[in-house]
Every structure is written in structure tokens, then in C-alpha cells.
Design a protein around this ligand. Structure first.
Ligand SMILES: C[S@@+](CC[C@H](N)C(=O)[O-])C[C@H]1O[C@@H](n2cnc3c(N)ncnc32)[C@H](O)[C@@H]1O
Length: 210
């Protein structure tokens, strides 16, 4: 984020949040960047989002930040990595948010979506980047009519649309999958999507007739 602006934007900031940020940095856990988080929290506030589904909890950093926006916010979040899941549970307990943040220890691609018996105002896709089209397709039936689907990491550290810079074949394949997702989303007839060069690249999709 532009360092001049970053001093004006106020994030949730308490000891737990600071500890989580240091832990993520030390252990190289990818958490949402400050600029992306600013935009996500802005959307939550302005749209008065209440029910959130997050795909990819990691240590619970984004979930706790989102839940701090209002006591009326309830979050379902899905994580398949046991160590991450356990960390998230610990952090959510420390934040006293166990009633409002429900962490599901599951592979998000193996979930029966009928288990989630409500609609969400916001679906935040932040798990394995190679699977974004699958996540979107699987979970979009759970979006409320005027809800938004928020996808992060669509510029992938500046590598998207720059794949000639990439030597590793695996990384190039991943970047191609993100590029395919961006194209697929832009051409998806059911959704109107806006792309933003904010943080690591964000798309916000709303139903066309929502
Ligand atoms: C970028 S991190 C999430 C960061 C978190 N949203 C934040 O900003 O604080 C992605 C997480 O998604 C998890 N993940 C990846 N693929 C998944 C899947 N198919 N089902 C559930 N979790 C998955 C990974 O284990 C990892 O912890």
C-alpha cells in the first residue's frame, strides 16, 4: 500500500492481531495484504454484510478482522490443513469469537453445500488458487441475491500476465490457471465482475439480476 495512505487507514489493531501478523510473517503463512483487507472491510461496512462464507481460513486472521466489524457478523470458514485449523481455533478462542466464527475442518472441494443451510452476503475465495473456478462454481448457489463474491490474489505477486518471467513450470501452470480464472470470470454471463489492482489483485462479482 502507498505508505503515505497506509498511515491514515485504520485497521483493527490489538495484541492478538499484532501477534497473528508476526506469526504469519515468521512462519510464512499467506494472509491477506493490508490494502486488500482495507477494501474487504470497506465492502463489509458499506454493504452491511452479516453472513460470510470464507474458503481458506489459514490462522483465522481475515476471519477475525471481518468479525470485528460488527457483532452481527457470522462467519463460516473452511480450512483443510490441520495445523492451520488448530491455530485458527486457538486464535478465535482468544478473540472470544467462537460463537460467531465457525471453522469447518474440511477440503472445500469435498463439501456438500447443503450442510450450509443459509445464504451468504459475502463469499470470500482465498484457498488453492489453481481451483478458483471450482470454488466459485460450487459455492455460488449459496450467495444471496444482492451478495458479493470476493476473490483475492488475481495478480499473484505481479506474475499474472507476465508468465514469460517465470522459470518454474509448476509456477507457470499456476499463473496460467489464475489467468484462466480471470478470463472465465470476466466472461461469466451470470455475474458482473469488477477487477481491482488492489493488494494482490481483487475481483468483486455480483449477480447480474441481483
Ligand atoms: C491464502 S491462505 C488463507 C488466508 C486467510 N484467508 C487470511 O487472509 O487470513 C489459504 C488457505 O487455504 C487453505 N486451502 C487451500 N485449499 C483448500 C481447500 N481445497 N479446502 C480448504 N482449505 C484450503 C490452505 O491450507 C491455506 O491455509
Amino acid at each position: 500500500m502507498n505508505s503515505y495512505f497506509s498511515k491514515f487507514n485504520k485497521f483493527p489493531n490489538n495484541k492478538l492481531i499484532r501477534d497473528m501478523r508476526s506469526y504469519a510473517e515468521k512462519e510464512k503463512v499467506p494472509i491477506i495484504q493490508d490494502e486488500g483487507l482495507t477494501f474487504l472491510l470497506f465492502l463489509i461496512k458499506t454493504k452491511k454484510v452479516r453472513n460470510i462464507l470464507e474458503i481458506g481460513t489459514a490462522i483465522g486472521y481475515s476471519a477475525i478482522n471481518m468479525a470485528m466489524q460488527s457483532l452481527d457478523i457470522n462467519i463460516d470458514t473452511i480450512e483443510r490443513n490441520e495445523e492451520m485449523y488448530n491455530q485458527a481455533i486457538r486464535n478465535i478462542k482468544k478473540a472470544k469469537m467462537t460463537e460467531r466464527i465457525n471453522v469447518h475442518f474440511k477440503d472445500a472441494l469435498e463439501v456438500d453445500i447443503n450442510e450450509f443451510n443459509r445464504k451468504y452476503d459475502l463469499i470470500f475465495i482465498d484457498a488453492a488458487k489453481a481451483q478458483y473456478i471450482k470454488f466459485f462454481t460450487l459455492y455460488e448457489p449459496l450467495l444471496s441475491d444482492d451478495g458479493v463474491i470476493f476473490t483475492d490474489n488475481l495478480l499473484f505477486h505481479g506474475l499474472v500476465n507476465n508468465s514469460e518471467r517465470i522459470e518454474s513450470k509448476n509456477l507457470r501452470n499456476l499463473v496460467t490457471k489464475i489467468e484462466n480464472y480471470n478470463e472465465w470470470l470476466a466472461n461469466n454471463e451470470k455475474y458482473d465482475t469488477s477487477f481491482f489492482s488492489i493488494g494482490d489483485g481483487i475481483a468483486v462479482s455480483v449477480k447480474k439480476n441481483g
